[in-house]
Design a protein around this ligand. Structure first.
Ligand code: DON
Length: 345
């Protein structure tokens, strides 16, 4: 009798354990985003194939040198939080980082001065306007608006602690080197071309100055900002920068901590709200990932804790966002169920 009740208890225990294991494995399958190598390898290739013939948009030409970049270049890259790399297409071509640099400088300011310094001295509100909108600086009380539009990005540069412009730029470059695990350098022709045509950004500098919202000499800040935008990166290097955010601030290739983990959600929140400027709402609605675009054609999107997905394609739309890069990232995010608001499955 005693033997049979012990046997029953054991059977029940086994059944219970098996049920718990099954339920938890089903739940994790529903919630987990695949980082399986075969899936990621297939998805970068599929995204590249699917959009390689898309010709919508045109290379930005308000910076004359950018119009010379071959428009057909197209690269897609994923770097996971574990440091695995998956690529398709032109992922080793160095293009100018442009506005994709902006969240990283905001991160650098947070690292130096805390997250509240960005909140209070720049702002975090989205504008719904273009990246270089003067109007936004006049209707949003903070003037500098947020670190991802030009006015806020110039303010962010001015906040990087340094005694000279040279030192400030070198600190920004060094931070990006550590994020990417590479030795990056300025693409000089693009820098000169933008420096000769950046009157609107100089206007932003003076508006900030007149409103006490810039923290170094305004023209010096505009020049360092212009150099920052002209830093060359490849899609692969940009994906490592994004993967450093995905990996809570530790570069997954070099294993070096670049940013305190507590600042990562702050940076990603700003990217979600303002990373696509006047298309940020649409991007959140379709892809649901924090991301940042640049007129050089690069876009980095971050799947928190998992990976960065990068597209590079020089043809941009009216908002200054690369059409093919956005489509490729959106496709991969959808296939993975990576939307941060839920996969909807
Ligand atoms: O300040 C500018 O106009 C450029 N250096 C950067 C603009 C930019 O990348 C807008 N993003 N899509």
């Amino acid at each position: 009798m005693e033997r049979s009740s012990a046997f029953h208890r054991m059977v029940w225990l086994l059944l219970f354990t098996a049920t718990v294991l099954l339920v938890s494995s089903l739940r994790s399958t529903a919630a987990e985003i695949s980082t399986d190598p075969a899936t990621l390898k297939r998805l970068v290739q599929e995204a590249h194939n699917k959009f390689k013939d898309l010709k919508e948009g045109k290379p930005a030409d308000y910076i004359p040198e950018l119009a010379k970049v071959p428009p057909d270049l197209f690269g897609v890259a994923i770097v996971t939080a574990k440091g695995e790399i998956y690529t398709a297409g032109d992922v080793d071509y160095a293009f100018t980082i442009q506005s994709v640099s902006k969240p990283f400088t905001a991160a650098q300011v947070m690292q130096e001065q805390g997250a509240n310094a960005v909140l209070e001295k720049i702002g975090v509100e989205p504008t719904g306007q273009k990246f270089n909108s003067i109007l936004a600086t006049q209707i949003i009380p903070q003037v500098s608006v947020n670190p991802l539009v030009n006015s806020g990005a110039i303010a962010a540069v001015s906040m990087v602690k340094a005694k000279t412009a040279e030192e400030r730029f070198n600190k920004i470059l060094d931070f990006e080197d550590r994020l990417s695990g590479a030795k990056l350098k300025v693409i000089d022709d693009v820098y000169k071309s933008e420096a000769a045509t950046n009157q609107r950004n100089r206007a932003h500098g003076y508006i900030l100055f007149a409103s006490d919202r810039i923290y170094s000499d305004p023209m010096e800040a505009v020049d360092v900002y212009t150099r920052q935008c002209s830093i060359g990166v490849t899609a692969k290097q940009l994906a490592v920068m994004g993967a450093t955010l995905a990996n809570s601030g530790v570069n997954p290739i070099t294993q070096q901590r670049v940013l305190d983990a507590r600042y990562v959600p702050k940076v990603l929140a700003i990217m979600m709200m303002a990373g696509f400027y006047n298309e940020s709402g649409q991007w959140a609605f379709t892809a649901g990932l924090p991301a940042k675009t640049g007129v050089g054609g690069g876009i980095v999107a971050v799947v928190p804790g998992k990976m960065a997905i990068v597209g590079f394609s020089p043809r941009v739309n009216d908002a200054g966002n690369s059409v093919r890069s956005a489509k490729a990232i959106e496709y991969i995010a959808e296939q993975l169920g990576a939307n941060v608001f839920g996969s909807g499955r």
